[in-house]
Design a protein around this ligand. Structure first.
Ligand code: FAD
Ligand code: NAP
Length: 339
């Protein structure tokens, strides 16, 4: 028996909001064997199992009456290398940003725009993490997951994951798939994506005309550090709402009323609105009630000034949703996973 199961463990250090709730049972999985042991333990003790990684996309609203299993498996390996494309695999518990740095240090390009995203490799497919015009689906080579219903291992290719904007099969079938390891196809020759947001401008300011993938990563790290609160300093779960996709008709109506509306036409005819703009325009930026608030610099980020409960944060989020719906006829969807 290598799995160490503890009772009544505070989850405060294990969620980036820093919400103080307890797990009835808590364990860390360092291997596939630990995962299987945890599943057996949960079954035999008749408790649900909740898998977490870095806890950076969670809103915990009550004590968790489950065995909380934190993925802590480590390991990175190259599976194939034809001199141009490299397939690299990482275990679910590998911290995401150090993994990105590792690939860059090997001279591999593809993940640079996803620098400084908190969390683990195993959680990255859950919402097809994305930033600055790149999503993991763009470099995804496959993953291995455990089907918690049958106990069998299953390999997934790109098509089978149903990746979409902040979405995947794994999010659509909550609690079924336990992701064990993920594979990416990376390039020895960089194909950089610089046209999104202020990336190119930052590189120009730094005097970099012909950037490498590492230059792009560093530029994105510097932009993110200025704009986003560090969860170690101020509790948060990144963007609290997804950017809403609305019809072209509604977008045009809103643009008529608000000429400075931030909107991006999508290939399918829909229009993506910047949720942060809507929330800021509605006056919520910098709002604070007790210890729950809206970040001063980025209205899309809800923050915990220290003692906020998950329910207080949820209440604030629901008030924002109602206000945005009444003002703009736009429904905001929460991004973090709620338990
Ligand atoms: P957790 O929060 O621990 O879990 C998230 C969900 O995945 C839960 O439902 C959990 O049950 C499930 N899960 C976790 N691990 C596994 C596994 N191995 N198998 C099956 N299910 C699992 N996201 C973006 O997309 N882009 C960004 O740019 C971005 N920036 C952020 C910036 C900040 C400051 C913060 C705090 C968050 C940001 N996020 C961003 C959100 C978050 O970092 C990502 O969603 C990240 O992938 C979550 O990883 P995690 O390990 O912390 O997952
Ligand atoms: P930003 O650059 O201020 O832009 C605001 C929003 O407009 C972004 O959310 C982005 O949508 C969209 N956008 C910007 N340029 C675009 C373009 N050329 N084409 C289409 N859409 C465009 O955003 P930010 O808040 O500083 O975040 C920067 C990036 O990091 C974004 O990609 C964002 O998603 C990501 N991020 C995500 C989280 C999270 O928790 N999910 C947290 C922090 C940052 P998209 O979000 O669809 O890209």
């Amino acid at each position: 028996m290598s799995l160490q199961v503890r009772s009544q463990v505070s989850l405060k250090p294990y969620n980036s909001f820093g919400v103080d709730v307890k797990a009835r049972l808590f364990a860390e999985a360092h291997s596939d064997a630990d995962v299987r042991e945890a599943l057996t333990y949960a079954q035999s003790h008749d408790v649900p199992l909740l898998v977490i990684g870095g806890g950076s996309n969670l809103l915990l609203t009550a004590d968790i009456q489950a065995l909380v299993l934190r993925m802590a498996s480590r390991g990175i390996r190259v599976l194939s290398d034809d001199g141009s494309k490299v397939v690299i695999e990482a275990e679910a518990g590998e911290p995401w940003h150090p993994f990105v740095q590792h690939t860059l240090m090997q001279g591999l390009s593809g993940l640079e725009n996803l620098s400084l995203i908190p969390g683990t490799v195993g959680a990255a497919p859950m919402q097809n993490i994305g930033a600055y015009g790149v999503e993991i689906k763009d470099v995804f080579a496959g993953l291995t997951a455990l089907d918690r219903q049958s106990g069998e291992l299953r390999e997934f290719n790109l098509e089978e994951c149903n990746f979409a904007y902040r979405d995947s099969l794994f999010k659509q079938e909550p609690g079924r798939w336990l992701i064990l390891r993920v594979r990416f196809t990376l390039d020895r020759k960089a194909h950089l994506h610089l046209e999104y947001g202020p990336v190119r401008q930052r590189l120009t300011e730094q005097g970099i005309e012909h950037p490498t993938a590492s230059d792009v990563s560093q530029a994105i790290c510097s932009i993110r550090s200025e704009k986003l609160p560090d969860p170690a300093v101020l509790g948060n779960a990144g963007s609290f709402f997804k950017n809403p996709l609305v019809s072209a008709v509604l977008a045009a109506t809103l643009k008529g009323q608000y000429p400075d509306l931030v909107a991006y036409a999508q290939p399918d005819g829909q229009v993506k609105l910047a949720a942060g703009w809507l929330i800021e325009r509605a006056g919520w930026k910098g709002f604070r009630e007790a210890d729950a608030g809206v970040h001063k610099l980025q209205a899309l980020v809800l923050v915990n000034y220290g003692g906020a409960t998950g329910l207080q944060l949820l209440d604030l989020a629901q008030r924002i949703q109602k206000d945005i719906s009444e003002r703009f006829q736009v429904d905001l969807e929460m991004e973090p996973n709620r338990y």
